[in-house]
Design a binder for this molecule. Structure first.
Ligand code: ADP
Ligand code: MG
Ligand code: MG
Length: 892
């Protein structure tokens, strides 16, 4: 018969069936596999067993029927636990209590529910009070079981239970449930049983229902939403762990806590954690009582503390990663209840990876692979300047300081519930979600928000964990923050903020400010980041260039590690306010003379732009693309002109004849340039063929600037790129033109500058005829935006609003091809072009400069296709460096 159940001390049996630890985790879930692994390592773990994910999947598939033989195996495993503990499940004279814990392959914090203290009933609790000599503890455990059973297994709302507890606290004049008397707890138990009439007295029944509830929770909405957000497959199933209870609530030499072997926010190599005396399970994470800092445990309970530190190191060495642990001390004895790789911020991920490599725990390759490109991206998220923070503080805008659990700055309007957050974000607002504490059903709002604030909870609270995982700035546990969910306001002292007002939060420092603070991009001089990226550079084969039009962008790109400009779009400069009129005159000119006059005015402006680029990128290639967009883009629209014309005609106060004539002329030109499909029209190389004087001016500006830069001691490496070519004849002509101008300028100046002329590959025809094109082109650059557009025959501007999204949602396309290169279609064209080009011109430089150049998956494809470099926006350069290293390392 199939084995559905594994005792914690049977891990080798599971391993014998599986070919990797990954698969053992798949079978037993992360929690179960690690519990069993800890048992093997000799770490103190309360005895128990795991019901496999296969059992859960079988249950779901069979419409909520447990697979045959499973309960029998559970009984056998329970016998084993009874032998190990010397206690008997359901026996009042010597009761064994267990917890029933979910645990999927990937940790899903708070998504699946756990029931503690299973095995208690009216009889057992009485005896437990006697045996333990602690009636308070016995009834405290019992009331917890009834409440958890009611809410988790039977799906009752929590509020009625909380109301009863609040009633007793008020009557007793205490703030913590732990301070209620035994009589109170007994009375509460009676009230709770009234709330849950179907609570089963039979411990076996309790266990069965709890196990099934865990199975069911896998397909519940909360878990499903979380998996969607975290991109976890839906068919993994969850395991169920049944484990002997150890009690952190059995008096003052008992406590329960959580710890991270390194700092989850900064990555500092120092254990951190929280604990609570005389408490159980979720008390610490729920943030109901103020927790103590783990450091205090060194004096509170030195032996257990020292043992915990030793185990923390042992586990880190074993898993070679930062560990997130749950522990309980019962009457002075330490027990570990869980360990897993800890969630961490991007900053912490980088620091931990680098330091672990430096400590020799992992290799440099591992360190590079452990940090995701997204995490690097997060480094580049906005922060507030020191000055802005000082100014805001001085102005009295610092509202409160809480725990800094997830770094980064976020500005937005306050909302008090997840649904409103989502609604407002859909309306285009940026929001900060403010809650007393967050729960799994707030996750959709947390994902929509720019940042998260809570008044309760600690570093390991739900809000902190989720925020960290998704890179959302968060500040939690602001004790002085009063949130009035009914009145939709929050206040600190006498200051009140209403829903919809703007606040700024700083997850790195824990500060919350009123109003919007200006943000800046952080500098990249973090020691750990620099080290990690330098390792990435050792491993990658692809070069990383940047798309930059202005010297300031080029300078930033170079700081971020770009080794060239892959695309400078000259026309961006044409759109500048003081240049546009000249550009328009150039386009409107009806004779060559007038056009030349306008071009002569543009020449020095362009020259200046290019000179700055050459200086910033001295010694590195700067690829400058000749004018590309359809000319109508530089002119006013038809309707706008008609409107203007009408206004002029209507205004009889003075004569507008001259103006009217001018507007009519522009209108005529606009109409003559009108095309049904401008993106497939008069643009790209075609402009240079029909208006060579524009290309000539641009070429002159490029080479004069290069000579100027060389004169000033820089090393310019200009590469002139012809856009949207479709035929080698275009390249023949335009290349000849560029060479002619270059030769002319260099001989005028008496300076020689090395340069190249190449083309963009943006149409299927260009890709298919790459061989002939390479006769004239010294380099290729794939303009993958247009190449995707022309390959799919989908207009990018329109499609992303409409059917393309549907196509992706309906699974017709696996992903948006404008975001990630379409491997099969566009990828094949790239492959053909690379082969064709290199056959004609061995060793020619080939790269891409579309939006895809900054997308990690596309970068992997570029690596596979043997490109020389990717070019992306300056901010993506560090991301691309890491992604390129991943591509190379994964290729081995
Ligand atoms: P989650 O996945 O939400 O963390 P867990 O299964 O880890 O849920 O359990 C919730 C809490 O209950 C944790 O603090 C855990 O340490 C505690 N807990 C679970 N099982 C036991 C047990 N057998 N004895 C004592 N505490 C337990
Ligand atoms: Mg839970
Ligand atoms: Mg846990």
């Amino acid at each position: 018969m199939k084995k559905w159940v594994y005792n914690f001390d049977q891990i080798s049996d599971a391993e014998a069936l599986m070919d990797s630890w990954e698969n053992v985790r798949g079978l037993l879930g992360g929690k179960g596999a690690n519990l069993a692994d800890m048992v093997r390592l000799g770490v103190p773990v309360p005895p128990g067993f795991t019901i496999t994910t296969e059992a859960c999947n079988a249950y779901v598939a069979a419409d909520a029927t447990v697979p045959e033989g499973m309960w029998g195996q559970v009984r056998t495993a329970m016998d084993h636990v009874e032998v190990r503990t010397g206690k008997v499940f359901g026996d009042p004279s010597n009761p064994l209590l267990v917890s029933c814990r979910s645990g999927a392959k990937f940790s899903m914090p708070g998504m699946m529910d756990t029931v503690l203290d299973i095995g208690l009933n009216t009889e057992v609790v009485k005896q437990l009070a006697v045996i333990s000599g602690d009636a308070h503890f016995a009834y405290d455990s019992y009331r917890r079981l009834i409440q958890m059973f009611g809410s988790v297994v039977l799906d009752y709302p929590d509020e009625p239970f909380e109301e009863v507890l609040a009633e007793f606290r008020t009557a007793r004049g205490v703030t913590s449930d732990g301070d209620l008397t035994t009589e109170d707890l007994m009375a509460i138990v009676d009230r709770f049983r009234g709330l849950v009439p179907e609570f089963p007295d039979n411990p076996n029944e309790q266990l069965k229902l709890a196990v099934e509830a865990v199975f069911k929770s896998w397909s519940g909405k909360r878990a499903t939403d979380y998996r969607n957000a975290a991109k976890i497959p839906h068919d993994l199933g969850t395991a169920v762990n049944v484990q002997t209870m150890v009690f952190g609530n059995l008096g003052d030499d008992c406590l329960t806590g959580v710890a991270m072997s390194r700092h989850g926010a900064t990555g500092e190599n120092h254990i951190e954690g929280d604990y609570l005396f005389n408490a159980q399970g979720e008390d610490v994470v729920a943030g109901i009582r103020a927790t103590k800092d783990l450091a205090e445990m060194a004096t509170d309970m030195p032996t257990a503390h020292a043992e915990l530190l030793a185990i923390s190191t042992q586990l880190e060495n074993h898993y070679r990663d930062m560990q997130d642990m749950e522990f309980t001390v019962e009457n002075g004895k330490l027990w570990l209840l869980q360990t897993r790789d800890g969630k961490r911020t991007a900053q912490a991920a980088v620091r931990i990876a680098v330091e672990m490599a430096e400590e020799g725990l992992i290799s440099k390759e591992d360190a590079v692979l452990r940090v995701t490109p997204d995490q690097i991206d997060f480094f580049l998220h906005p922060q507030y300047t020191i000055e802005a923070r000082k100014a805001a503080t001085a102005a009295g805008n610092l509202l409160a300081i809480g725990l800094n659990v997830s770094p980064g700055a976020a500005v937005g309007v306050v909302v008090f519930d997840a649904d409103t957050a989502v609604e407002w974000v859909e309306q285009g607002k940026k929001v900060i979600l403010v809650r007393p504490e967050t729960r799994p059903d707030d996750v959709h709002g947390m994902l929509a928000a720019e940042g998260i604030v809570t008044s309760r909870g600690g570093r390991t609270s739900h809000a902190a964990l989720v925020a960290r995982q998704f890179g959302k700035p968060a500040v939690v546990g602001i004790a002085e923050l009063d949130i009035d969910l009914e009145g939709r306001t929050m206040s600190v002292g006498d200051r009140t903020i209403a829903e919809g007002e703007v606040v700024s939060i700083e997850g790195t420092s824990g500060e919350v400010f009123t109003g919007a603070l200006p943000t800046v991009i952080p500098d990249m001089n973090d020691r750990w980041l620099t080290t990690l990226l330098s390792w990435a550079d050792e491993f990658r084969r692809l070069g990383v260039f940047a798309n930059a039009d202005y010297p300031a962008d080029a300078t930033r790109a170079r700081e971020y590690g770009a080794t060239g400009i892959g695309l400078c779009r000259t026309e961006h400069m044409f759109f500048e306010a003081e240049r546009l009129p000249t550009v328009q005159r150039m386009i409107l000119a009806d004779n060559l003379e007038d056009r030349q006059a306008a071009l002569d005015e543009l020449l020095p402006m362009q020259r200046n732009d290019f000179k700055g680029l050459f200086e910033a990128m001295s010694g590195l290639p700067v690829i400058i693309r000749l004018i590309d967009p359809p000319l109508h883009e530089f002119l006013p629209g038809h309707d706008e002109l008609e409107h203007e014309l009408r206004d002029l005609v209507d205004d009889k106060s003075v004569s507008h004849d001259a103006e009217i004539q001018q507007v009519e002329k522009v209108l005529a030109r606009v109409d003559s340039l009108h095309e049904e499909n401008p993106m497939l029209g008069f643009r790209g190389a075609r402009l240079g063929i029909l208006m060579p004087e524009i290309s000539r001016m641009q070429a002159r500006a490029i080479f004069e600037a290069a000579c100027d830069a060389a004169d000033a001691g820089f090393t310019p490496i200009p590469e002139v790129m012809i856009p949207l070519s479709i035929h080698v004849k275009e390249l023949e002509r335009l290349r000849a033109l560029v060479v002619e101008v270059a030769t002319e300028v260099m001989s005028e100046r008496g300076i020689t500058v090395e340069y190249k002329v190449g083309t963009m590959i943006e149409t299927p025809r260009a890709a298919l005829t790459a061989g002939p094109l390479a006769r004239e082109a010294e380099f290729f650059s794939f303009g993958t935006n247009d190449l995707t557009q022309t390959t799919f025959a989908i207009s990018r501007d329109d499609a992303e609003k409409g059917f393309l999204i549907e196509y992706v949602e309906q699974g017709i396309l696996p992903m948006n091809p404008f975001q990630t290169i379409d491997r099969l279609g566009v990828g094949t064209l790239i492959k053909l072009a690379v082969e064709g080009g290199r056959k004609q011109r061995p060793g020619m430089d080939i790269g891409i400069c579309g939006e895809h150049g900054g997308d990690p998956e596309s970068i992997a494809i570029c690596h596979e296709l043997g490109l020389d470099y990717v070019s992306c926006s300056p901010f993506r350069v560090p991301v691309a460096r890491l992604a390129a290293a991943h591509a190379a390392l994964n290729d081995k």
